[in-house]
Design a protein around this ligand. Sequence first.
Ligand SMILES: Nc1ncnc2c1ncn2[C@@H]1O[C@H](COP(=O)(O)OP(=O)(O)OP(=O)(O)O)[C@@H](O)[C@H]1O
Ligand SMILES: [Mg+2]
Length: 298
Amino acid sequence: MTQPRPPPSSLDRPGDMPLAKCPRVISITSGKGGVGKTNVVANLAFAFTRMGRRVLVLDADLGLANIDVLLGLTPQYTIEHFLNGEKSLSEILIKGPGGMSIMPASSGVYELVDLDENQKLFLLNEVDLIADQIDLLLIDTGAGISSNVLYFNMAAQESIVIATPDPTSITDAYALIKVLSTQFNKKDFMILINLVNSGQEAKEVFEKISRAADRFLESLSIDYLGFLPYDEKLLFAVRNQRPVLEIYPKAPSSRGFVELAKIISERPLRDKGIGSVQFFWKQLLQSHQPLDREGEIV
Ligand SMILES: Nc1ncnc2c1ncn2[C@@H]1O[C@H](COP(=O)(O)OP(=O)(O)OP(=O)(O)O)[C@@H](O)[C@H]1O
Ligand SMILES: [Mg+2]
């Protein structure tokens, strides 16, 4: 790790920030894989730490390109150690750039919905202990409509669906929104368009998704959050295992991430009643169906 890091700003810092709209729980998701979720999570988390927010990232993506790899981190423990009772929740957290905290989930997330009542109570107690030290929980959900992805989106208060101009990404984003709204009664979505050449192109992609949703799905609120341009610098940053915002703060995508963090923090919450980290975990743990290793309901 060659880049100097700013001082830690996350869970070990006193809660002295004016954070009227926090804590918030936001899932970052997509129908199709490889559209930029993990990069968005890493860079948004970094942008929020720069704004003085205490950010916890939950890596719920079980793919190979996990956030710890993207950020050059080697977690010693994962949520499995916590669930086995070997480590406390705070012991499994690792520090990332800007002082963000990361909860490495690994395949342990499959077991979350499978816990017995005592284990669930234990987990919720531990969550209580760290919840008031977090302003923002960002969840990298992985792609698709497997139940694992759906559960994390269902439990999160707000969801950002990422799509690109690739037609399959557009239809898959729509499919994900459809399943979440019809089967899980989720009605609010924010759409972020990645890998575009212009704002105009991004708007056109968004229109396609929202037109389809308007025609076929009832009473949905689908907001256009913004876009991120195709950016060579982001590719360099990925190779260097650093957030692009950290090492190329002036790059086009970096400006996009800063703008995005600003838009999100200024965006009023639709349903303030469900705005807590504890609520997220409770929702998640109430999902009864056990999952197999592919995340399908068994
Ligand atoms: N704005 C961008 N400009 C250029 N390349 C990008 C951009 N966003 C993403 N990429 C490229 O796409 C790759 C995949 O990004 P990322 O790993 O964040 O996607 P993902 O949605 O998390 O994928 P998965 O579904 O496999 O978890 C990156 O490694 C990078 O090469
Ligand atoms: Mg990913």
